[in-house]
Design a protein around this ligand. Structure first.
Ligand code: ZN
Length: 240
């Protein structure tokens, strides 16, 4: 079994299609989505349809949460609040229902999936350092957990101590725990504008990060044409 692990798609249909095409050529047999299907870019409806059609295990991201609830957006970054407001108006009531039904944490075969952290998943904390990873590891019942939210593909490994680093390929060894970020499909923030996702090969116990080029100029044009903030278009070209 080979899973494509997708996170932070963020309404970027061009990036999502490119990643799914790449995953097909690499012969994956299943898909997993770590949340934030919507938000930031201009195709929330279409991206949600694609994920629903895949019918894959999916957990709730903060944008999925706020775009499907009517909570007020005080304390939100103004740029993010504008887009949440815009996205709420695009989604159908059925789509909002689907997003509201997503769990914070789920289990797929032998591994766990979450959008933010396992210690307080509904608080939407970011895991960038070992201390934050340590807090999450305390609640991790499986050897392996995939997460998203930071849009930066960082891996944490816990044996005696926690180690952290960027990765291209990881071989899972027995007796250790892994908390692995697969990067972002639709809005990478590690300085590489290409879409990111990972493939987990359960037979070989290997996780490999993949980067896929796509025509972000099409995505940028849609953002501008939809009246969404121009900064959201600009950042796609630089991966920030
Ligand atoms: Zn996100």
């Amino acid at each position: 079994m080979k899973y494509a692990i997708l996170a932070d798609i963020h309404s970027n249909l061009e990036a999502l299609r490119a990643v799914l095409e790449d995953a097909r050529t690499k012969k994956v047999s299943g898909y997993v989505c770590l949340g934030d299907i919507v938000g930031y870019n201009a195709n929330p409806v279409e991206c949600l349809e694609v994920i629903q059609e895949l019918g894959c295990p999916t957990v709730r991201g903060n944008h999925d949460h706020y775009c499907s609830h009517n909570d007020n957006l005080n304390g939100f970054h103004p740029l993010a609040a504008d887009v949440v407001d815009w996205t709420r108006r695009q989604l159908s009531e059925e789509q909002r229902d689907y997003l509201r039904g997503l769990k914070y944490v789920d289990r797929v075969e032998t591994f766990t999936i979450v959008h933010s952290t396992l210690d307080t998943p509904e608080m939407w904390g970011y895991v960038f350092d070992k201390l934050e990873a340590e807090a999450s590891f305390a609640y991790q019942a499986t050897s392996l957990c995939f997460f998203g939210h930071t849009h930066v593909p960082l891996a944490f490994e816990k044996a005696e101590v926690v180690r952290a680093g960027l990765y291209a390929k990881i071989r899972i060894s027995l007796g250790k725990k892994y908390f692995i970020n697969v990067g972002s499909v639709g809005q990478p923030r590690d300085g590489d504008p290409r879409a990111a996702y990972a493939i987990y090969d359960l037979l070989n116990n290997e996780i490999e990060l993949h980067r896929v080029s796509y025509d972000y100029r099409v995505t940028q044009k849609k953002i501008i044409d939809s009246g969404l903030p121009a900064r959201l278009a600009a950042r796609l070209a630089v991966g920030r």
